[in-house]
Design a protein around this ligand. Sequence first.
Ligand code: NAD
Length: 230
Amino acid sequence: MDEPIRVLVTGAAGQIGYALVPLIARGHLLGANQPVILHMLDIPPCADSLKGVEMELLDGAFPLLRGIVATTDVVEAATGVKVAVMVGGFPRKAGMERREVMGKNVTIYKEQAAALDKYADKSVKQRGAEIIKARKFSSALSAASAACNHVYNWLNGTPEGTWVSMGVYSDGSYGVPAGLIYSFPVTCKSGEWEIVQGLSIDDFSRGKMDATAAELLDEKNLADSIIKGT
Ligand SMILES: NC(=O)c1ccc[n+]([C@@H]2O[C@H](COP(=O)([O-])OP(=O)(O)OC[C@H]3O[C@@H](n4cnc5c(N)ncnc54)[C@H](O)[C@@H]3O)[C@@H](O)[C@H]2O)c1
């Protein structure tokens, strides 16, 4: 068997995190032969529930799970990780403005991205929770399962002749503004993704795609303005 890979899940005491960590421990993220050391990060008020998640994982005796780092310290969480699944964040509550909730989450991701940049394994693959949000899953279980499939395909490759939908940087393909994170048909090989070109798009899909692009552009501009403090 291979050397264990350190995988970080942020917000591991939350709904998606709780559903996600056993999937990772079972090999659904990195494959059935890849041992993992799970790093789980949450905030101090959730330290007790995080401990509970750790205890459940230990009771589960997953053969691929070679260690657990359950912590509220972002540096400890980021140190040595190769894959980061960032689902920790602040949910939008009744009466909250979009700008307010995005402000909180942008600050969280900025801090965690900086820690990953400094302390993670240099080949770290990060994928923001924004992807999960953008795809509007109706339940934490399906969100956790989709996040697993996503990273699995990304790192292990898509089977020859098939493709998957993945939220990736737009290079302007299919008329989607460059720089947006947008769901495209992609093939993956050796940890790299490539947008499938040349698919035909009917008028109905074109309209939906343009509306989605406009919405995402709006969110991107809002996040940019929060980061720049304007
Ligand atoms: N559950 C869903 O179906 C769904 C659907 C769409 C979007 N989302 C979004 O995905 C994210 C996760 O969803 P969830 O249902 O697991 O939410 P949740 O509220 O159950 O869990 C979020 C977890 O993130 C933790 N957290 C907050 N700030 C953190 C920080 N700075 N560092 C580390 N952890 C932090 C929280 O303490 C909590 O445990 C949320 O932002 C949510 O709005 C969820």
